[in-house]
Design a protein around this ligand. Structure first.
Ligand SMILES: Cc1ncc(COP(=O)(O)O)c(C=O)c1O
Length: 411
């Protein structure tokens, strides 16, 4: 994509033209959440203005229209990740809830004391704590595959850590801190060779590169709508039909049942078995609008442009004396975590904010990774396809200004 394409794309995102503290907004916190294109905002407005009625419940026109839209959205998600069937797409409230669903249902059905769950050292809290909770409850062991100094997963080590007691491997596709792209295809193959299913946390990958669940052959995959230009409050769980049929329901309530009596309840078919209560059908419609928008632009074009941005910003940032990048994997997504000698990340983040530049500081919900790296936190600039090289320049100039300020104060 050329400069003109990007500036045209930016016009689709109303928030990008606002100012912060008198400066044009430079939004570089896309790993936390992405901004929304007008088509997503319009879809939400249209749903509430024209199609608001509860789904799967009414015989009336509006309920049917909302149900049709909701189920069409499921098919859009199915197509986007190339799932074999729309029955394999479960709507949740986010990647976090999707992982909690699998952790809870899977461990209840398949795990007993002494069994093991294998994760990696670079997981987000969302892919640690749900497993830890199940481990505490059922007496399971949580094992953690290590990473090297560049922030790359040691896959051979991961393979060796799989034992006859390993019940599941749960691994992030892309690290939200290091940007590392894990070789999930290889991880699935080596885990399956030992008869162990794999969950992929795609919260930081589906928005950046093509994800094909049939090609990956993963057993479960999760992501959040709000990180892929859709609304908050919606998530996706993909599960192979075989697994989803085998797992017990996660939550009970309306929608997930076939029939209920005070003696016994029978459960609905897939995917409704896992969707208790009224779903966020406005949110799912808006997520589908976001996915259609990305498909129109082309996910491969997005991936190529974001890689260009990553290389550009990395090179420029590294020219700042005392700046070091945390996470130097060979395969990286457009996330740059960094530290500057003698300046606390929080100070950098706060001062950049005053220049209108939004970055994230802290442990990024990956405290165990911070301990592993021997640091308290980082500054994280995460790029989306609507970001520009000019914005990367502003970040670099901003950090240079801050470094100068601190050096002058110290003198
Ligand atoms: C890798 C990863 N997994 C899971 C999550 C959780 O996503 P959510 O808070 O949308 O449920 C995040 C959020 O930052 C993430 O980066």
């Amino acid at each position: 994509m050329n400069k003109a394409d990007i500036y045209k794309i930016r016009d689709d995102f109303p928030i990008l033209s606002r100012e912060v503290f008198g400066n044009p907004l430079v939004y570089l916190d896309n790993a936390a959440t992405t901004q929304k294109p007008q088509c997503v905002i319009d879809k939400i407005t249209k749903m509430y203005c024209l199609e608001n009625a509860n789904v799967h419940r009414g015989v009336h026109f509006l309920s049917q229209a909302a149900t049709d839209e909701h189920e069409a959205s499921r098919r859009t998600v199915q197509k986007f990740i190339n799932a074999a069937s729309s029955n394999e797409i479960v709507f949740t409230r986010g990647a976090t809830e999707s992982i909690n669903l699998v952790a809870s249902s899977f461990c209840r059905k398949f795990c007993k004391e002494g069994d093991e769950i294998l994760i990696t050292a670079m997981e987000h809290h969302s892919n640690i704590v749900p497993w830890q909770m199940q481990c505490d409850y059922y007496g399971l062991k949580l094992k953690v595959a290590p990473i090297n100094a560049d922030g790359e997963l040691l896959t051979d080590e991961l393979s060796r850590m799989i034992t006859p007691r390993t019940r599941l491997v749960s691994v992030t596709h892309v690290s939200n801190v290091l940007g590392t792209i894990n070789p999930v295809d290889k991880i699935v193959k080596l885990s399956h060779a030992q008869n162990v299913p794999v969950l992929i946390d795609a919260a930081q990958s589906v928005q950046h590169c093509r994800v094909d669940v049939q090609q990956l052959d993963c057993d479960f995959l999760v992501f959040s709508s709000h990180k892929i230009y859709g609304p908050t409050g919606v998530g996706v769980l993909y599960g192979k039909e075989r697994w989803l049929n085998d797992l017990p329901p996660y939550q009970g309530g309306g929608e997930m049942i076939e029939s209920v009596s005070f003696d016994k309840t029978t459960f609905n078919s897939l995917p409704f078995k896992f969707e208790a209560g009224t779903p966020d059908f406005v949110g799912t419609a808006a997520l589908a609008a976001a996915l259609d928008y990305l498909t129109l632009i082309g996910i491969d074009k997005i991936a190529a442009y974001e890689h260009e941005l990553l290389q550009y910003a990395t090179e420029k940032l590294l020219s700042i004396p005392g700046l070091r990048i945390i996470g130097n994997a060979g395969e990286k997504s457009s996330v740059i975590s960094f530290l500057v000698d003698g300046i606390h990340p929080y100070d950098i983040g706060t001062l950049l904010d005053k220049m209108g530049i939004a970055v994230r500081t802290g442990h990024h919900c990956a405290e165990p990774l911070m301990h592993e790296l021997g640091i308290e936190g980082t500054v994280r600039a995460s790029f989306a396809f609507y970001n520009t090289k000019e914005e990367a320049d502003k970040l670099v100039k901003g950090v240079e200004r801050i470094v100068k300020m601190f050096r002058n104060v110290k003198r």
